[in-house]
Design a protein around this ligand. Structure first.
Ligand code: F6P
Length: 341
């Protein structure tokens, strides 16, 4: 059997660990051949297929990014997209695909599977918001980076007795903000799932200053004030209809400054969260996902995605475009209210 592997959507640490483990087990145990499709669904559309064997995956376990490249290409937005993908697979003798991606890439995979292309899905994203799995790889690394940033912001905030706002990624879900905020001892954590009251945020900031400590505010990029709209940097959409976010951090610093009469600044962590070497946990999870994904191909369990359930790797249906994003449970968020202010 010849298996095509692709990585789609925003990259995340651990993608290479999955590719390595899929190829190593597939070649060594099942005698499969592999091919890489460059840049996610774009390579499938364009027929951009590269060799992928044991030599290609040597030494990539600790490397961030993806050796196969990635893009946010949606084949259903391209003329004859499905037929072009089928042509690519036929031209290269590819019998099945392993699609490693987040909600968008997997939504496409689910639809292609329904149309007869044999696919196994692997969930990835730093955002940790893919439905059906307890965790995605990439998340732990991103949380570690954001936590270190908060640790560093604490000391400079104290030196200048000012509020420091940290904006982290998370379009629809506040997992990174919540985990890093709790781990870093933030005084305010704002997530998309819970529209915030700017007056309450300012009350927490004032309260913190009363005890001669400098407030640290962690905000997910998709956090929204109660009374307003999402703060957007621009309104351009990608092929999956997502707006480009960012701006909430600056807005918060400005409002806090004006409303409290104290100094406030913002750090936007951006792609630092997505780049670089994966944590040990992410390498572990990505490796296990890869091993189980190739088993699923061997078992012809197409249309399934490998997922973490507790400590076990299980198979669940690939979440389609209609599946609901895995967001933070409000009750979990409320557990940490005692640390605010
Ligand atoms: O990978 C998901 C994500 O990190 C989101 O949190 C963020 O909104 C988005 O990617 C940014 O992606 P890009 O840099 O590809 O525009």
């Amino acid at each position: 059997m010849k298996v095509g592997v692709l990585t789609g959507g925003g990259d995340c640490p651990g993608l290479n660990a999955v590719i390595r483990s899929v190829v190593r087990k597939g070649v060594q145990e099942y005698g499969f051949e592999f091919a890489g499709l460059r840049d996610g669904w774009l390579g499938a559309l364009k027929g951009n297929v590269v060799p992928l064997g044991v030599p290609e995956v040597r030494g990539i376990l600790p490397r961030g990014g993806t050796i196969l490249g990635s893009s946010r290409t949606n084949p259903f937005k391209h003329q004859d997209g499905v037929r072009r993908i089928q042509d690519t697979l036929a031209a290269h003798g590819i019998d099945a695909l392993v699609a490693i991606g987040g909600e968008d890439t997997l939504g496409v995979a689910a639809e292609l599977d329904r149309r007869g292309i044999p696919i196994v899905g692997v969930p990835k994203t730093i955002d940790n918001d893919v439905p059906g799995t307890d965790y995605t790889f990439g998340f732990d690394t991103a949380v570690g980076i954001a936590t270190e940033a908060i640790d560093r912001l604490h000391t400079t905030a104290e030196s200048h007795m000012r509020t420091l706002v940290l904006e982290v990624m998370g379009r629809h879900s506040g997992w990174i903000a919540l985990h890093a905020g709790v781990a870093g001892g933030a005084n305010v954590i704002l997530i998309p799932e819970r529209p915030f009251d700017i007056e309450q945020v300012c009350a927490w900031v004032r309260h913190r200053f009363e005890f001669h400590y400098a407030p640290i505010v962690v905000a997910a990029e998709g956090a929204v004030p109660k009374e307003g709209q999402m703060i957007l940097k621009d309104r351009s959409l990608d092929e999956y209809g997502h707006v480009r976010l960012s701006g909430i951090g600056d807005w918060l610093a400005q409002e806090i400054s004006q409303r409290t009469g104290t100094d406030a600044r913002t750090t936007v962590l951006g792609h630092v969260q997505r780049g670089g070497t994966p944590s040990a946990f992410d390498r572990w999870l990505a490796t296990r996902f890869g091993l189980h994904a190739v088993d699923a191909v061997k078992d012809r369990a197409f249309g399934t995605m490998v997922a973490l359930s507790g400590t076990r790797i299980v198979r669940v249906p690939i979440p389609g475009a209609e599946a609901k994003t895995r967001t933070v449970d409000p009750a979990l968020y409320d557990e940490f209210g005692v640390f605010f202010g």
